[in-house]
Design a protein. Structure first.
Length: 257
């Protein structure tokens, strides 16, 4: 729905801040970002026409189009032919997660990654325990039950791990946790694929059962214990003895999972 003339005028004011030395496309992207941060643009708002944005900022229409395409790919804007451009109200479709790419291209320090996973997953799992509904618990229980049945005829797969953890994320009922959690899962995939199948099968089986039972029973102490055992398994896998951990930290080397 088009905005009223007064609202459009107010939004156009958001596109006034030109920064010297900025690339034109970056200028448009950053100005729209600033408009969102300042509240001049809000989820669901319709942007002014591309020609109006270009004229107001004194930049080319092609630069504005490119900037809008970038923001569409990032899930910030939604472009509908014949209906204009609007700010996404929530997550728009199957957009890429830029945080995933940012974390994937930095050198991976195994120790730091284990710490990152432990800090995030512990908090997310505890929140899932607190917020999980009966329906959430039923879904997680069914996933665990199906997984145990599958192990009788098929080997463990990365997909099994992802399905379980995504269900736990959904049980948090927190969009921020879910979005960041998807990034964590993306980073976990490579380490899952490189783990010995039997080792993963045992670890996953024990971990999934324990997490499910803890969430079902609202038992925080049990959940914390299960997670600690899981993280310890990761540490043993990458650092077989404490001397190796200390030596690794001293050398401050990096490696890919």
């Amino acid at each position: 729905m088009a905005l009223a003339a007064k609202a459009i005028q107010s939004e156009l004011q958001a596109f006034k801040n030109v920064k010297n030395g900025e690339k034109t496309v970056d200028l448009v992207v950053n100005t729209i970002k600033d408009a969102l941060i300042m509240g001049n643009l809000k989820p669901g708002d319709t942007l002014p026409p591309i020609s109006a944005i270009a004229a107001d900022m004194n930049v080319g229409i092609s630069s504005v189009r490119e900037a809008l395409k970038i923001l569409e790919a990032l899930g910030v804007l939604e472009i509908k032919h014949g209906k204009g451009v609007s700010v996404c109200d929530g997550l728009c479709g199957n957009t890429m997660n830029p945080l995933t790419f940012q974390l994937m291209i930095i050198p991976r320090n195994v120790r730091e990654f284990i710490e990152f996973r432990q800090a995030f997953e512990s908090s997310a799992s505890l929140l899932a325990l607190q917020n999980a509904t009966e329906e959430d618990i039923k879904i997680i229980g069914t996933i665990v039950e199906n997984y145990l049945k599958k192990l009788n005829t098929e080997p463990n797969s990365v997909q099994d791990e992802l399905i379980f953890h995504r269900a736990v994320l959904q049980a948090t009922h927190n969009q921020y946790i879910i979005r960041v959690g998807e990034t964590v899962l993306d980073l976990l995939v490579s380490s899952m694929q490189k783990s010995p199948a039997k080792q993963v099968e045992f670890e996953v089986k024990e971990s999934h059962i324990g997490i499910y039972e803890a969430i079902r029973d609202k038992d925080e102490a049990k959940l914390i214990k299960v997670l600690e055992e899981s993280y310890r398994g990761w540490e043993i896998k990458y650092f077989p003895n404490l001397e190796e951990v200390n030596d690794y930290d001293k050398r401050a080397t990096t490696t890919h999972f």
